[in-house]
Design a protein around this ligand. Structure first.
Ligand SMILES: C[S@@+](CC[C@H](N)C(=O)[O-])C[C@H]1O[C@@H](n2cnc3c(N)ncnc32)[C@H](O)[C@@H]1O
Length: 324
């Protein structure tokens, strides 16, 4: 079945000729790093879905609980509006929001945005079946591409939303730049809904990213498989091991791939050869854990005024509704 309601914003990202500038930059600097978007090829997205089901991985079930309690209230506050989701993945939690909007409006427009083509196509197809009266249109590309592609002259109000604490993958500087782009994409009166993971004891955090079934380890290593097929690389996954640690000073989980043996890696499409030393690491993700008070100040400074905050009883996760 051909999914017609999909716009491909980045042909190059879909194409093996992607220039991969960010990979070259990350692997030629010291210490080495890679952008977390490379976790997500089809297999990476499947592994992320498995992570969401793990007993140690509290963020998905906690955010799901908050949405199950408050999605109706969110829809009541915003009224019917165009719903635009950044990094939608399987859009599983989003169904709670779509159900709430279906109660207040016969029809709604939903635009899921993701860089991972397989899961985006599948979820658009499934959502079209479940919500036949909604207009659903996927955008395949990065956050930045999708935000600059969205129409600026729209009549209906809009709610942009970003769940799963994916904003935690940005450094503080990247976060400011991102929120600035969000504020510029919205008209006055529009909404921004943000799901964020909150600070909590180190044991809980480290267990969530070092699960006993080692699905997170497979997810982390899959980034190298992704680079291998995308850029004709020869990473040997058996030479790397996964580790996630909580850096308390910066309030962030840091996920690494540690190199076990000195060797050389080539990525032919990028014309890149990188030498790795035994004991060297690649930083593949930071996942910042937020303080609700500080984050609300940061949002307000970007002209995104927090209207309401919801959390779970343990205050492990937060959902903030802002108005531009
Ligand atoms: C942590 S998952 C969250 C998925 C879902 N929103 C949730 O809360 O369960 C991040 C999602 O964002 C997508 N993604 C990651 N980096 C991206 C980027 N730079 N631009 C667009 N999508 C991205 C991934 O493909 C993945 O589906």
């Amino acid at each position: 079945m051909i999914i017609k309601s999909l716009t491909i914003l980045d042909e190059h990202y879909q194409d093996l000729n992607n220039d991969g500038e960010d990979v070259i930059q990350g692997l030629t600097q010291t210490p080495k790093s890679l952008p977390p978007k490379y976790f997500y090829d089809d297999h990476g997205s499947e592994l992320f879905e498995q992570i969401c089901e793990l007993p140690e991985y509290y963020p998905t079930r906690t955010e799901t609980w908050i949405l199950s309690q408050y999605a109706d209230e969110i829809a009541q506050i915003t009224g019917c509006c165009e719903l635009v989701e950044l990094g939608s993945g399987s859009s599983t939690k989003t169904r709670l929001l779509l159900d709430a909007y279906r109660k207040i409006a016969d029809s709604c427009r939903y635009l899921p945005i993701d860089v991972s083509g397989g899961i985006l196509k599948t979820s658009v197809f499934q959502l079209q079946e479940k919500y036949p009266d909604f207009s659903i249109h996927g955008l395949l590309g990065t956050y930045e591409q999708a935000l600059s592609h969205l129409e600026s002259n729209y009549l209906q109000s809009r709610m942009l939303f970003f769940l799963g604490s994916s904003m935690g993958n940005f450094t503080p500087q990247e976060c400011d730049k991102f929120l600035n782009q969000i504020a510029h994409t919205l008209n006055a009166g529009d909404y921004f809904l943000l799901g964020i993971d909150l600070q909590k004891p180190t044991e809980i955090l480290e267990a969530a990213y070092n699960d006993s079934q080692e699905v997170t380890a497979a997810f982390n290593l899959n980034m190298l498989s992704h680079l291998n097929w995308r850029f004709q690389g020869n990473f040997d996954l058996s030479l790397f091991t996964h580790q996630a640690i909580y850096n308390q000073a910066d309030a962030q989980i840091e996920m690494y791939l540690h190199c076990q043996k000195s060797h050389l890696v080539s990525l032919d499409v990028l014309n890149l050869k990188v030498s790795f030393q035994a004991g060297e690491s690649i930083l593949t993700e930071i996942s910042r854990k937020f303080d609700l008070v500080n984050l609300q100040k940061q949002l307000a400074a970007q002209r995104l005024k927090p209207l309401k905050v919801w959390t779970d009883p343990q205050k492990w996760f937060g959902l903030i509704l802002c108005q531009a």
